[in-house]
Design a protein around this ligand. Sequence first.
Ligand SMILES: Cc1cc2nc3c(=O)[nH]c(=O)nc-3n(C[C@H](O)[C@H](O)[C@H](O)COP(=O)(O)O)c2cc1C
Length: 390
Amino acid sequence: MTVATPNLKLELPPLKLGPLTVDTPVILAPMAGITNRAFRRLCREYGGGLYVTEMVTSRALVERSPESMRIIEHDDDESIRSVQLYGVDPVTVGAAIRILVEEDRADHIDLNFGCPVPKVTRKGGGSALPWKLDLFTAIVQTAVREASKGNVPLTIKMRKGIDDDHLTFLEAGRIARDAGVAAVTLHGRTASQFYSGKADWNAIAELRDALPDVPVLGNGDIWSAEDAVRMVDETGVDGVVIGRGCQGRPWLFADLQAAFEGRDERHRPGLKEVADSVYRHAELLVETFGDEVIALRDIRKHMAWYFKGYVVGGDLRAKLATVPSLEVLRGLLAELDPTAPYPGADAEGPRGRAGTPKKTALPEGWLDGRELNPAQKAIIAAAELDVSGG
Ligand SMILES: Cc1cc2nc3c(=O)[nH]c(=O)nc-3n(C[C@H](O)[C@H](O)[C@H](O)COP(=O)(O)O)c2cc1C
């Protein structure tokens, strides 16, 4: 069902990323374990925008691990093949980008400097990395240089910093701008916040003001098209990046496109429509993974998001969360009340990861200086070995 909401018109030009034009300046945030080919297709079918892969580590890509090759695959009709890379070493990042560029595997590359996971920051990677200005500069400069050989725009995504006393986003933004990035995305949280509290949209506005000559994209806590419009109004960003808000709601991209075009239709699906989406998502995952067991294991984590706010019995929810096959999924979905309407506010608002703030795990002495010392150089070399999630 589609309903009209009060008109919130937004005059935002298409987003230019080097040679690329994204008509609706809306980006599906890279999310490990979520933004695979199947989920990107579901989202893309609802609206325009740019849809980024899960992150792939540059080392795994250079080694051509089967998982990394799966992550960078795109559907034939993905008009902008966007890939997110994670890396801690300029040489490896450069080599990974050469693979993407020389083998024509990507039209846009994003670098992840936002990962707050302890096993990553403990070794100086992810959101800990921009603190080391020499390393950050070397990685971004190398990445831009390698990507530019194929005229592929290179963007970066980062957090505000490590914690409120160690902010990095303004300096990192300027370094990235000077290196020639095509855009900068800021998630308005520090690493130590993880996903807790509220994203700081003032910091996003501050970055927008500090970098007048490069597109700045805002990320954090957009749960609806109205939130996206408000972020643009309040911060002046050139586009919005949506993570958790579309988990279990790929139709959010239809709402976003409508809002950005000044139309007031919004998707308000009844339970039957949600059930159909879940099934289609599962079928697409089977295609993506080529394995029904893996695909059905993957769809389970989406259940609570899809059915948030809808009337679904506890028993049925539990069965959905352990569904083993497409056939069983069909049977379970058939038990839902197909006449149940969209539940309203209960289906809206925050969803997905939350968590509590926690001191960021860092290599010893990391905060003592802004450049790597020899011991830290050794630690960082190991920072790419076992990474997942952002
Ligand atoms: C499950 C999950 C996986 C994520 N994986 C990545 C990732 O691979 N790369 C990245 O840059 N950010 C990753 N993120 C962070 C998101 O891209 C985004 O910055 C964050 O969720 C804040 O945006 P939101 O409030 O719209 O969710 C991940 C977030 C979640 C919830």
